[in-house]
Each structure stands twice: as structure tokens, then as C-alpha cells.
Design a protein around this ligand. Structure first.
Ligand code: 3HC
Length: 321
């Protein structure tokens, strides 16, 4: 991997959301990039507790497999700080004065929520702090436009400058395992912010690609229609759920079949990405499968719904005959 010539300069990282993506990002930042302070933020104390417990489980597993030393695990654990409010990023959770140099938002895939978060971050953090979103498909330029602090006058220099520190840094699930990060500069993003973010992703041990800010970027523009087509094949009875997955696993060497992968990602996430692709391109090839919509209507989101038993039997593959 070619090392970046510019330093990321991140000493304090904020991560918004202690779900599977946020936790994974905090893990690689603390362990691989050795960021001195990684502030993991979630409004739900239960989510934070669950996140920290999984963080510790991952460290234990890596030690027991001889991938890291106990001292590395202890150091990574000591770098993780949990906080309950976005405002805590400005004061390192009360444990120091340094504000976060970079924040990665990994909250729910909902534009209004992300805009609110970016508005708050822009109001509380210095103009130099990089504000990144881990969105799967939403317009990064739209999210960046909300990175303007409260009270900043429209048309002022700050209102122009502030969105330039925003971009998409797209990790893949499971973050500790998947070797890629996709960078998505918004049309407002400055080249320096892109270069520093590339250096940060590389420090986390990731290969980096760059995509234009188009619906789904490169990754989900290709992956989601593939998954959606697999759901349509199931819906039309073209093959059994087992055979659809087996065809791709054994015929094309995919680690998971597309239906199992959909359950792993979350059917709600898959549907929301397809809806974004369909809405923003008005192209019928992106029409979400009706079955995908119905399963989300039923609250059957896949692995995250906790209905997957045993561990790798997914809900799409277990609930539809
Ligand atoms: N968190 C952290 N580590 C995990 C994990 C998790 N949730 N799940 C599995 N792992 C680790 C295991 O601990 C194991 O680590 P080890 O090598 O140190 O023992 C390693 O992954 C392999 O796990 P398993 O042996 O249990 O299982 P598999 O060999 O079947 O691998 C898999 C599991 C890595 C998930 C593999 O099936 C795979 O690569 N699946 C495809 C995943 C994929 O395509 N992800 C991208 C989704 S798209 C996305 O994220 C974009 C978004 O915008 C939608």
C-alpha cells in the first residue's frame, strides 16, 4: 500500500454511533491507527455498554489468536472513551481540553438525522476539524451543506468554508475485517481534507478508493442492485433461497451468498439504499424488490433484528420458503 505523503494529524477522533459500524471504526482507530483518544458517542447508555463489551471481546479474540500482544490490547482499550453527547467531542469528554480533530458519523441512514448531527458538530468544533459521514448512499454534498454552525450568516466566509471540511469516509462491515475504505469527496470538500482522510484510513490498515458523490457511490451502486436482483429471483421462484446463495458462493467464490449478505448488512439498510438509487436516478433498474420492502415492513431486518439462529443462518434465507 503506497503510504500517503500527508499526515492525518488526528489525535482525538470522535465516532458518532456505537452500532456495528461505529464500533468497528473505533476499534481500528484505537488498535491499528493508535489514535490517542477515540471518543465513542451514543445517546443510549445501553448501546455504549454493548459497544464497549464487543470492543473488549474483539481485543480478547485477537490476543488469543496471537494477532496482537496483551499490551497492544490494553493500550487500545485505554484509548477508548465513551461519551453521551456530541458536545463532549469539544472537551474530550471532560478528560482533557483538546477538541476532536476528526469526527466520523456512523448514525442511522437518515438524512435529517445526519444533517442535525453535522449542524451540531459544526457549531461546537473548530473549523479545522474534519467532519466525515459513513453514509452508504446519501448525497455527501447535501450532508456537507449542513456543516454550518448555528448563527453563522448565510453567504459569510465561514458558511462557505465550513462544508469544505466534510466528506464521506465509507467503511465496510465488519470493519475490523474488510480491507477497504471508499472516500467520497463532496463537491465542497477541500483537497487537503481528502488527503488527510486518505492518510487516516491507511493508518487504520485500509486500502483506499475514491468515488464521485453519486447515489450509492461505486460500492453500493454495484452491490445493491445485485442483492436486489437476488431477492427478485427469490420472489419470482427462479431458484430456492439455498440455491441462489450457493450459486454465488460456489460458482463465483463469494464469501456469502447475496441473500445471506443482505441479512448481514440489514434489510432496512439495503432497502433504503435501493430507494435512494431509485429516487435520485429515476431509473427503473433500481426499483426495490417488493419482497424486500415487505420484509422491512414486517420488521425483519436480518441479523440485527436478533432473529438469526444459529449465528450464520440469515433471516432472508430462513424466513422465506
Ligand atoms: N466484527 C468483527 N470481526 C468479525 C465479525 C464482526 N462482526 N464477524 C466476523 N469477524 C471476524 C472473525 O472474528 C474472524 O476473525 P479471525 O480471522 O481473526 O478469526 C473473521 O472475521 C472470519 O470470521 P468467521 O471465520 O467467523 O467467518 P467467515 O470466514 O465466514 O467470514 C465474513 C465472515 C468476514 C463476514 C465473510 O463471510 C465475508 O467477508 N462476508 C462478506 C462481507 C461483505 O461483503 N461485507 C461488505 C458489506 S457491504 C457494506 O458494508 C457497505 C454498506 O454501505 C452497506
Amino acid at each position: 500500500m503506497a503510504a500517503s505523503t500527508i499526515s492525518h494529524g488526528v489525535k482525538t477522533l470522535g465516532v458518532v454511533g456505537a452500532g456495528q459500524m461505529g464500533l468497528g471504526i473505533a476499534y481500528v482507530a484505537a488498535l491499528r491507527a493508535q489514535i490517542p483518544s477515540v471518543l465513542l458517542c451514543d445517546a443510549s447508555p445501553a448501546a455504549l455498554e454493548k459497544g464497549v463489551s464487543f470492543f473488549e471481546t474483539l481485543l480478547k479474540k485477537d490476543v488469543s489468536k496471537g494477532k496482537i500482544q496483551q499490551a497492544d490490547a490494553d493500550a487500545a482499550r485505554s484509548r477508548l472513551i465513551t461519551v453521551g453527547n456530541l458536545e463532549d467531542f469539544a472537551t474530550k469528554g471532560g478528560k482533557g481540553a483538546e477538541a476532536a480533530d476528526m469526527v466520523i458519523e456512523a448514525a442511522t441512514e437518515n438524512l435529517a438525522i445526519k444533517q442535525k448531527i453535522f449542524g451540531t458538530l459544526a457549531s461546537t468544533l473548530p473549523l479545522e476539524t474534519i467532519l466525515a459521514t459513513n453514509t452508504s448512499s446519501i448525497s455527501v454534498s447535501k450532508i456537507a451543506a449542513s456543516a454550518v454552525g448555528a448563527g453563522v450568516k448565510a453567504g459569510s466566509e465561514e458558511a462557505w468554508k465550513s462544508p469544505a471540511r466534510a466528506l464521506g469516509i465509507h467503511f465496510f462491515n465488519p470493519v475490523p475485517v474488510m480491507p477497504l475504505v471508499e472516500l467520497i469527496p463532496a463537491i465542497q470538500t477541500s483537497p487537503e481534507v481528502v488527503a488527510r482522510s486518505r492518510a487516516f484510513a491507511q493508518a487504520c490498515g485500509k486500502e483506499v478508493t475514491t468515488s464521485k458523490d453519486v447515489p450509492g457511490f461505486v460500492s453500493n451502486r454495484l452491490l445493491m442492485p445485485f442483492i436486489n436482483e437476488a431477492v427478485m429471483a427469490l420472489e419470482k421462484g427462479i431458484a430456492s433461497k439455498e440455491d441462489i446463495d450457493k450459486t454465488l458462493r460456489l460458482g463465483m467464490n463469494h464469501p456469502m451468498g447475496p441473500l445471506t449478505l443482505a441479512d448481514f448488512i440489514g434489510l432496512d439498510t439495503c432497502l433504503s439504499i435501493m430507494e435512494t438509487l431509485y429516487r435520485e436516478t429515476a431509473d427503473s433498474k433500481y426499483r426495490p424488490a417488493v419482497l424486500l420492502g415487505r420484509m422491512v415492513d414486517a420488521g425483519w431486518f436480518g441479523k440485527k433484528s436478533g432473529k438469526v439462529k444459529p449465528r450464520r443462518q440469515a433471516i432472508l434465507t430462513s424466513k422465506i420458503a
